[in-house]
Ligand binder design. Structure first.
Ligand code: FES
Length: 250
């Protein structure tokens, strides 16, 4: 039995070993094993409200730190691309841009279509054995749920495994009408392991003591505890399945 075994019987389950939260090895492993394989929110469709625009995104800043760019072509089709030039790794797009016909790298001028395909590079016409098809900007899958945009660096699980159940449960919400109200923003810096934060969110024992307003409108003693299990370890944060992802040999 691994030190990270979680008993599926919640009456018998115990908190996992503290090693999971404190050992940097697992913190690093989680990047590839969990966050690269799962679908992450990258922004709102209003970031690129028109055709021929580009908006740079840093995926999970200070953790994955993966430079991406959301683009829209002349037909207003959206793409999620690697924001790293395929020549020497320069960032392609530094700030939001509009009225774009192509993407041009500012280092040596390599040119790409807005869907990431390679067009040309100065002084490369006579280079032998150069394969343009191997030099496109990497295109990542893009899932649009109303105006919410999601991508996945290593999509080993189908997008439906992540979203179908959520869409069944809250698809009735008018998500496409929701707008960002910056004046209502709150930012809380929590210096904790991400898993600890998820666990805190998922259990309700703290509600009577920490959230009196919420506690006043729920009947805590009659609130059912739901376990939403999926066949594959997809919705990690909802089911403690990140442990399975960490331990699986893939
Ligand atoms: S790094 Fe982009 S063209 Fe050289």
């Amino acid at each position: 039995m691994t030190p990270f075994f979680v008993d599926p019987n919640i009456a018998q389950a115990k908190t996992i070993s503290k090693t999971f939260y404190t050992n940097p090895v697992y913190f690093e492993l989680a990047k590839e094993k969990i966050f690269a394989k799962t679908w992450q929110y990258i922004g709102h469709k209003d970031l690129v409200p028109q055709a021929e625009m580009a908006y740079p995104v840093n995926l999970l800043a200070q953790y994955l730190d993966e430079p991406l760019v959301i683009t829209s072509n002349k037909d207003f089709q959206l793409f999620c691309l690697s924001n790293v030039c395929t020549h020497r790794g320069n960032l392609m797009v530094y700030e939001p841009c509009s009225h774009l016909k192509q993407l041009r790298c500012k280092y040596h001028g390599r040119l790409f279509h807005l869907n990431g395909t390679f067009i040309s590079m100065p002084e490369f016409a006579t280079v032998e054995n150069f394969i343009p098809e191997n030099n496109h900007l990497k295109q990542l899958p893009l899932f649009e749920w109303n105006k919410l945009l999601f991508t996945c660096l290593n999509p080993v699980y189908a997008v439906q495994e992540f979203f179908t159940e959520m869409q069944n449960r809250i698809g009735w919400l008018p998500l496409n009408k929701m707008e960002h109200r910056a004046d209502l923003d709150n930012e809380f810096i929590v210096e904790a392991n991400w898993a600890l934060y998820c666990e805190n969110y998922l259990e309700g024992f703290h509600i009577p003591f920490v959230h009196p307003a919420l506690n006043a409108v729920i009947d805590f003693s009659n609130t059912p505890i739901c376990s939403w299990e999926l066949e594959k370890p997809a919705m990690t944060a909802l089911t403690c399945r990140w442990i399975a992802l960490i331990m699986e040999k893939t």
